[in-house]
Design a protein around this ligand. Structure first.
Ligand SMILES: Cc1cc2nc3c(=O)[nH]c(=O)nc-3n(C[C@H](O)[C@H](O)[C@H](O)COP(=O)(O)OP(=O)(O)OC[C@H]3O[C@@H](n4cnc5c(N)ncnc54)[C@H](O)[C@@H]3O)c2cc1C
Length: 570
């Protein structure tokens, strides 16, 4: 059942659950809510489903997580029938996959695209959320799940004259759905974070001139992607159960296993050989399977950084360019490390240039190009690979107003406060899986854990006759203090990382992830269960009326198809 379009005041809510966002988290929340017999509607700003994988369709966009570890694991049939083509799939395949899931489980009728939520106000008298969106949608819901993503608000630097440029202009995180033609064009790319370094080598082959504007070089290492062979496919299917177990037990949600030796346990020759193996290893294994002290011991980290720096010097022929590409202000792992394919090699092309913005800052944009302290360069196209308003960006732009008319922007003025990264006190029945205070790592695993727990909590409340659920402020204070404490501990990301919000002028400097990771989430969830949900205040809403559409479990379940695999319990 999709919601009726107009809310009538004083009535039962139109729908049990409104989910905002049709990314991998929101789609899963929709699935779980329907499975639990609730009525649900997803409102998505984009023109299609996929979230990150709808918006970030720039050339070269692909996973840094292994494809099969990123996809859903709740249905073995789904896993069996979808054959990922590469260990690290490219955006079109990921978008196809998420669309397949939506159709496979009959979810599309419950999703409204082109509906950007601009207001979500808690009606205390009725115990419901009143949600409106830019397309005219107005709907009331008992529960509001904001699965709005942490990397869904693209950030543009505030440069004088940015709007004066008359050529083509794109942000990697707002890439058009129509093809972009690079052939023979003079292109500027601003930014060398994870997106910029994926894009640069791919478009370098097409453009007539490419100029890369770099503020901060990153420790880029090879992704080491490969096609998935028929034997790999068979092994993946045979090992499904074991893979799920490993992923569930992994603090960061990856298959990579930790190493058992520290850097200086090995003599220099053996160390060099190990570093070579790391360089050749896939994606995030360079963080997870590295020497045990690499992320926590400065000397160990410096050894590895020295090795990577030598690799850069060996690949990039011009020593001055190589030097600019080697980070000087942060260690490996202090920022989210990008993984690349042919990135450093691109700078050996005669038509590819690197501008170091520390040496020659941008003065302004002009109608025809970019002016630095060294002069103006003219372009046909500028690509902004300048990142996102991480963590809280989307939630704070959604017009959320909680109990007593308090806006979320006010309650979080000094940074987010959450319990489990799932709820915030004073905003009853609002849940934020995949939002701030979620763990770094393979996102769908942690976000999925959160969705499972949100669903379980809704079901618990329903089964116990409650319809208002609100995090206890004391529990929230403890969780937020824990997040802040862990933020200063190695191997948290460093203070210069966008995970502290420092890339956005004026944003409070607060850690936006949860470095304690999944083990902490799991142990807290176990505590919550054991205490009979003590950390949540549950009550009957004053004006509560039965939700429109109840009861409807059999129909909802039927739509989901066969053999739904319950998530492993923690
Ligand atoms: C280029 C790129 C590559 C990445 N690669 C990886 C990777 O390899 N592994 C990994 O684990 N993570 C990766 N990530 C992180 C990625 O964001 C998460 O993996 C995942 O997409 C999060 O899913 P989500 O559903 O929580 O959020 P999103 O995918 O961001 O979806 C949120 C959705 O909410 C919608 N929304 C937001 N506000 C509103 C509103 N007010 N009204 C309506 N709709 C709204 C947005 O339009 C968006 O579609 C990558 C991110 C980027 C940008």
């Amino acid at each position: 059942m999709t919601a009726r379009p107009r809310a009538v005041p004083g009535r039962a809510p139109d729908v049990d659950v409104v989910v905002v966002g049709a990314g991998i988290t929101g789609i899963y929340q929709l699935y779980r809510a329907l499975e639990a017999g609730m009525s649900a509607l997803v409102l998505e700003a984009g023109g299609g489903v996929g979230g990150t994988w709808y918006w970030n369709r720039y050339p070269g966009a692909r996973f840094d997580s292994e494809s099969y570890t990123y996809g859903y694991l709740f249905s073995e049939e789904l896993f069996d029938e979808w054959e990922w083509q590469e260990h690290f799939a490219e955006q079109p395949e990921i978008e196809r996959y998420l669309n397949h899931v939506v159709d496979r489980f009959g979810l599309r009728p419950h999703i409204r695209c082109g509906a950007r939520v601009d207001s979500a106000v808690y009606d205390e008298a009725a115990g419901t959320w009143r949600v409106t969106a830019g397309d005219g949608t107005a709907v009331t819901a008992r529960y509001l799940v904001a699965a709005t993503g942490v990397l869904s608000v693209p950030h543009f630097p505030d440069l004088p004259g940015r709007d004066d440029f008359v050529g083509e202009s794109y942000h990697t995180g707002l890439w058009p759905t129509t093809p972009v033609d690079f052939a023979g064009k003079r292109v500027a790319v601003v930014g060398t974070g994870s997106s910029g370094v994926q894009l640069i080598p791919v478009i370098a082959a097409e453009v007539s001139a490419l100029c890369v504007y770099q503020r901060t070089p990153n420790w880029c290492t090879p992704l080491n992607n490969a096609p998935i062979t028929a034997e790999d496919q068979a092994a993946l299917r045979a090992d499904f159960e074991a893979m799920c177990k490993t992923l569930h037990a992994s603090p960061s949600g990856f298959l990579h296993q930790p190493h058992d030796r520290a850097t200086f346990d090995d003599p220099p020759e053996q160390r060099q050989a190990f570093f070579e193996r790391m360089w050749e290893s896939p994606g995030f294994s360079k963080l997870i399977s590295h020497y045990t002290d690499m992320l926590v011991d400065e000397r160990a980290n410096a050894e590895w950084c020295g090795f990577v720096a030598d690799k850069v010097r060996a690949i990039v022929r011009d020593p001055a360019t190589a030097d600019k590409l080697i980070p000087k202000d942060h260690r490996f792992g202090e920022k989210r490390p990008p993984f690349v394919t042919g990135y450093y090699e691109a700078y050996n092309e005669p038509h590819v240039d690197l501008v170091d913005l520390h040496e020659t800052p941008i003065v302004r944009m002009t109608a025809t190009g970019i002016e630095t302290t060294e002069g103006e360069r003219q372009f046909d196209m500028v690509v902004w690979a300048t990142g996102f308003d991480f963590g809280t960006g989307a939630l704070l732009r959604m017009g959320v107003v909680g109990r007593s008319g308090v806006p979320l922007t006010e309650y979080w003025a000094e940074g987010p406060k959450t319990f489990l990264g799932i709820q915030t006190a004073g905003f009853p029945n609002l849940f934020i899986p995949g939002g701030p205070h979620a763990a770094a790592g393979n996102n769908p695993r942690y976000n999925g854990d959160q969705v499972d727990f949100v669903t379980e909590t809704l079901v618990y409340a329903r089964d116990h006759g409650y319809d208002t659920i609100e995090a206890d402020p004391a529990a929230e204070e403890r969780w937020t203090a824990m997040v802040d404490r862990w933020a200063t501990r190695a191997p948290s990301f460093g203070a210069g990382s966008y995970y502290f919000g420092t890339n956005i002028p004026g944003k409070p400097r607060k850690y936006l992830l949860n470095s304690a990771g999944r083990p902490k989430l799991f142990s807290m969830i176990a505590e919550v269960r054991a205490s009979g949900y003590e950390a949540f205040k549950m009550s009957r809403a004053p004006g509560a009326a039965p939700t429109a559409g109840e009861p409807r479990p059999p129909a909802a379940r039927a739509a989901l198809g066969p053999r739904v695999r319950p998530s492993p319990r923690v």
